[in-house]
Design a protein around this ligand. Structure first.
Ligand code: ZN
Length: 378
């Protein structure tokens, strides 16, 4: 990788700059006649975790987006814009519908839910265009412009919104990683080896590869243990090998994860507030950031109840104050209406996450979640 990319990497701060960095690496590689570049998105790794492993690549620190969640962060890295612009604020959010009801959309299930709909068996399927994801092209278009063939490697996630999948693969030829979802939560190294194996198979002159390695399901259940260290070290070794073959390589994470505990009083408080009595529709958000859509007359009340109840490990604010926290790169109305009026954001360990069985979670704004590694080789 030539000097200008190094300089660029030193000066960028946001995950949205990954598009520019990866595109520049591709342009340089094409110019120098190498014609290949490898970019790996590693799901769920904190900066601190990468730093402690003393990797061979050069480590930079980036900021993830708000909220710190995969569907938002990876999309932001590929499109080069944050949720203020593309509109995907997390996996569960309100999307204006033609009937203007108060249902929420779950991207991971590709369904729209109203009060009383069962998350597994209920809800109505999305029509495929309602997310209205906005973009100004993608990393893959940038690579095309440099006469490279963009290839994206990612696993099938049954239920994931097709519209979101189309957006994140915009302009790429997609190759499906066959790792079964069940394997990801128990064998992160085996999954990593499968993905790197595909990268090795497809890398060739004029091919530019982006690949997703999903360590997130394992970390949710086990935290950052020796298996995660082994997977990251393997990625580091392989990227060194690619660089030694003259192929510029880099990897970055979408968000880090934080140990989380759910207190029974917090769970009950949330359950009490997320009802048709106080709210227009079900809660949305992403793990350690959750929001409610209260009836207008109850906004103040719901905010105060959460503020009083959640303690010092969370920030509770009105949606309109989000910009003042310095978490957003810009604000484009009315897209933010997708976010609920009352927003609770975890900063410490205690928070009423939707699935209390997870010991590590993300979505909040602790350093462990927001600060992510970008590692460059070659
Ligand atoms: Zn993730």
């Amino acid at each position: 990788m030539n000097d200008s990319i190094w300089q660029l990497a030193k000066n960028v701060q946001s995950i949205t700059a990954v598009r520019l960095l990866a595109a520049s690496a591709g342009v340089n590689a094409a110019k120098r006649g190498i014609g290949s570049v490898i970019v790996i998105g590693v799901d769920g790794v904190s900066y601190d975790v990468a730093e402690a492993l003393h990797l061979s690549g050069t480590l930079h620190s980036l900021r993830s987006v708000f909220p710190t969640t995969s569907v938002t962060a990876f999309l932001s890295s590929i499109l080069g814009i944050g949720p203020e612009f593309h509109g995907i604020w997390g996996p569960v959010l309100r999307i204006e519908s033609s009937t203007n009801d108060d249902s929420v959309v779950n991207l991971l299930r590709s369904r729209r839910y109203r009060w009383g709909d069962d998350w597994v068996t209920g809800g109505t399927p999305l029509n495929g265009t309602e997310l209205n994801i906005r973009n100004q092209g993608s990393l893959f278009h940038d690579w095309q412009s440099a006469d490279l063939k963009p290839i994206a490697i990612s696993a099938e996630y049954p239920g994931m919104s097709k519209e979101w999948l189309d957006a994140i693969h915009l302009g790429a030829v997609r190759i499906v990683d066959p790792t079964p979802a069940a394997m990801m939560s128990v064998e992160p190294l085996a999954h990593t080896q499968i993905v790197i194996g595909i990268v090795r198979d497809v890398i060739a002159p004029m091919n530019a590869v982006w690949a997703h390695i999903n360590l997130d399901p394992y970390i949710h259940l086990h935290g950052y243990d020796a298996q995660i260290a082994a997977a990251i070290s393997y990625i580091d070794d392989m990227c060194c090998d690619f660089a030694a073959q003259g192929i510029p390589s880099m990897w970055y994470a979408d968000h880090g994860m934080m140990r989380t505990k759910v207190l029974e009083c917090d769970r009950l408080l949330w359950e009490q507030l997320e009802t048709p009595l106080w709210c227009r529709g079900r809660a949305g958000g992403a793990g350690r950031t959750r929001w409610l859509y209260p009836h207008a007359r109850f906004e103040g009340h719901v905010l105060k109840m959460l503020l009083d109840g959640l303690g010092t490990d969370a920030i509770v604010i009105h949606r309109d104050e989000l910009g003042s926290l310095g978490l957003l790169e810009g604000m484009a109305e009315p897209i933010s209406l997708r976010v609920g009026e009352v927003v609770a954001i975890a900063t410490g360990e205690r928070f009423p996450i939707p699935d209390p069985n997870l010991i590590f979670e993300h979505g909040g704004i602790s350093e462990q979640e927001r600060r992510i590694p970008l590692v460059i080789y070659g």
